[in-house]
Design a protein around this ligand. Structure first.
Ligand SMILES: Cc1cc2nc3c(=O)[nH]c(=O)nc-3n(C[C@H](O)[C@H](O)[C@H](O)COP(=O)(O)OP(=O)(O)OC[C@H]3O[C@@H](n4cnc5c(N)ncnc54)[C@H](O)[C@@H]3O)c2cc1C
Length: 430
């Protein structure tokens, strides 16, 4: 075995936005990369999301004030958060998540996420340009920002803390009154008194197609993608072994675990020489698609703050225009049965805001936002496991922050200076 030759060989497990981004970034640094997924690239969480890429996402859900608002959130069981009984299995994650809403943790998280978002945004732009030049990707990127909508003065006043933080980070925003909002998005019903236009934001019209285009770029440049399911991993005298569903074993000098909401399960099911335990919460969310009524459109996604849904103008795989409605958070076991309650409420609310035609057939979807206790993804080498690298836990923003994750991981694995501070993301912080 030629160790020198093997040292820049890696297998990436998981081909969502994060895994594909790791594969592309490592490949660009001369690594020989094999990408493994049980499905084709970009068919799970990275396809079903709202397609928003925004600097405002530096604000995690667990922020100062979260603990105080929790009783009313739970009592109202409102649209932004619904907690199911099966979520109790995640109690160890839950109390840590609450604990990290304190100021000191929030400050580290917002700074870290801002750096990751900005690195990701630049990388996305470079990669979409590259993929477009090879005709894998067209008309996917909109630099029109997104809108946070408020029904009345009191609701808008509740956004004061977010506005203060966005100002501190110099995120470009503009507060709009009802008339200004109407001029920007004339098809919205005139029921919102205020809006915040987050201008430092972009969106895409088909997130799954973007992941697939990046995966095509990876293959075009010589990368290999294989359909297979990883069941466990184990350390070898040299490198790592992973076992598939048929018990067949594969060896790799280096492994990256980038399986989104399934990453924690793989680590639990493997015998590893590390005491590290990453607690993961599953912030589930639903989507449903609608045909637009004739002549009705939006130039950017909207986030209705009172009803906690996002509505994004999108295209399906056949190129037809449609709207994707995504819901707030449902805390539940990752694999428990869907409960369409939140989705039905969001549909009732959105139909009061925009003229939509019928629901598109079979368009209900459920995914899990994989969230660590401090809302920061895990990016780095597993302690006591040289050659085993982790890239998961991207909560609400993994579609946007996958590329920055790939760049950072590839720099760490190549022993180079990093573009952003890696410490807030290191696995050993847990
Ligand atoms: C409703 C909703 C709306 C969202 N909106 C946004 C948004 O607007 N902007 C944004 O940036 N983010 C958004 N997100 C979050 C974002 O979608 C996720 O953070 C992101 O997709 C996670 O990417 P990933 O690559 O880590 O996971 P995934 O995309 O889930 O990829 C994991 C991959 O691992 C594979 N896999 C799993 N188990 C195995 C196995 N045993 N063997 C082999 N392969 C395996 C899966 O098939 C999958 O392809 C949203 C999420 C939800 C649920």
């Amino acid at each position: 075995m030629n160790l020198f030759e093997n040292s820049r060989q890696v297998t990436v497990l998981g081909a969502g936005m994060v895994g594909v981004s790791c594969a592309l970034a490592l490949q660009s640094k001369g690594w020989r990369v094999t990408l493994i997924d049980r499905r084709a690239p970009g068919e799970e969480t990275s396809s079903g999301n709202a397609g928003v890429l925004s600097r405002s996402s530096l604000l995690p859900f667990n922020r100062p004030g979260f603990l105080q608002s929790l009783p009313s959130l739970l009592l109202n069981s409102g649209p932004s958060l619904q907690v199911r009984a099966s979520a109790l299995a995640q109690w160890q994650w839950m109390w840590r998540f609450l604990w990290h809403s304190k100021h000191s943790s929030f400050e580290v998280t917002t700074r870290a996420l801002d750096a990751l978002i900005q690195l990701s945004s630049a990388t996305h732009k470079a990669w979409t340009a590259q993929a477009s030049s090879h005709m894998y990707l067209q008309h996917r990127w909109r630099d029109t920002g997104w809108l946070w909508l408020y029904p009345h003065e009191t609701a808008f006043a509740g956004s004061a803390f977010s506005r203060e933080i966005l100002k501190e980070f110099s995120v470009a925003t503009e507060v709009l009154n009802a008339n200004e909002l109407q001029m920007l998005e004339p098809h919205l019903a005139p029921i919102f008194s205020h809006a915040i236009w987050i201008k430092d934001a972009a969106s895409v019209d088909n997130p799954g197609a973007v992941v697939k285009a990046y995966a095509q770029e990876f293959v075009r440049a010589g990368g290999e993608i294989r359909i297979d399911e990883a069941k466990a991993i184990s350390q070898q005298p040299v490198g790592w072994q992973w076992r598939n569903q048929d018990g067949k074993v594969h060896w790799a000098p280096n492994l990256v675990v980038a399986m989104g909401p399934w990453s924690e399960t793989l680590l639990k099911d493997s015998q590893l020489p590390s005491t590290l335990k990453v607690h993961m919460g599953f912030e589930r969310g639903y989507h449903r698609h609608f045909k637009p009524a004739p002549g009705v459109g939006l130039d950017r996604p909207i986030y209705d703050m009172a009803s906690a849904y996002v509505l994004s103008p999108m295209q399906n795989d056949q190129g037809e225009s449609m709207f994707r409605l995504t819901t707030g958070i449902e805390l539940a076991d990752r694999d428990s049965k869907p409960n369409l309650n939140q989705l039905e409420n969001a549909e009732n609310a959105v139909r009061r805001v925009l003229a939509l035609k019928e629901t598109m057939e079979n368009s209900n979807w459920l995914g899990s936002r994989p969230t660590t206790p401090d809302s920061r993804p895990v990016i780095g080498e597993m302690p006591n496991c040289p050659g085993l690298w982790l890239a998961f836990g991207h909560q609400h923003i993994g579609f946007s922050t996958g590329p920055g994750t790939g760049v950072l991981l590839s720099e760490l694995m190549s022993g180079e200076a990093t573009s952003i501070d890696p410490h807030p993301f290191k696995p050993e912080r847990f």
